[in-house]
Design a protein around this ligand. Sequence first.
Ligand code: FES
Length: 249
Amino acid sequence: MNLKLKVWRQKNAQSEGKLVDYEARNIPPAASFLEMLDILNDELQAKGEEPIAFDHDCREGICGTCSLTINGIAHGPSATTTCQLYMRTFKDGETIYIEPFRARSFPVMRDLVTDRAALDRIKQAGGYITARVGSAQDANSTLIPKTAADLSMEAAACIGCGACVAACPNASAMLFVGASVTHLAALPQGQPERRERALRMVRKMDEEGFGNCSNHYECEAVCPAEIPITVISNLNREYAAASAREAAI
Ligand code: FES
């Protein structure tokens, strides 16, 4: 396959960026999107040019590190991670726009690399449990209803990539926060910090400059882990209950 690429190039966080034209030639349709960039980078380096910087780690759809906006869509057209997107999805000769995730809370560091540490800081604010769980116990020693286990596992699938933020017109992180709060609120181990968790994570999210949900559903559409938007309803309920309790104390 031969493709025309328009790639966001930006020297550092302070400089202005711009789209630069490249041609990717003889790309195997079975190559992943990141492998296509690897091939292009090899050619750029052979010519003595600066390779394109982009984030990646596992390349298996697990870690959430890859993060490209492809033709205006976070992670591209097939609701998967960028590393699991294959070139056969595109047409030979197609022009592809490649940009970093766009959000005020995700500053561009270089080319296609953004700083998404704001999500880590939200997690640090409350997305954990403090109970000492010890070593693994028999699966049936802590009885958890199947519906609660399913809800928790579904929410725990979030890989923290930030595509939800990049896709949202408000740059809201509520799908990410809702997944974390839902995951832990459904389990007995998550009860001791349940109220504080919702308050701390939502307040940290606001402090980091993320917007609020206004029901565009774009986050759900691009989420590679298929986190349902109902986790945001859960988050709103958890936050309202925690706020009411805090006001009553
Ligand atoms: S590189 Fe790990 S999810 Fe894409």
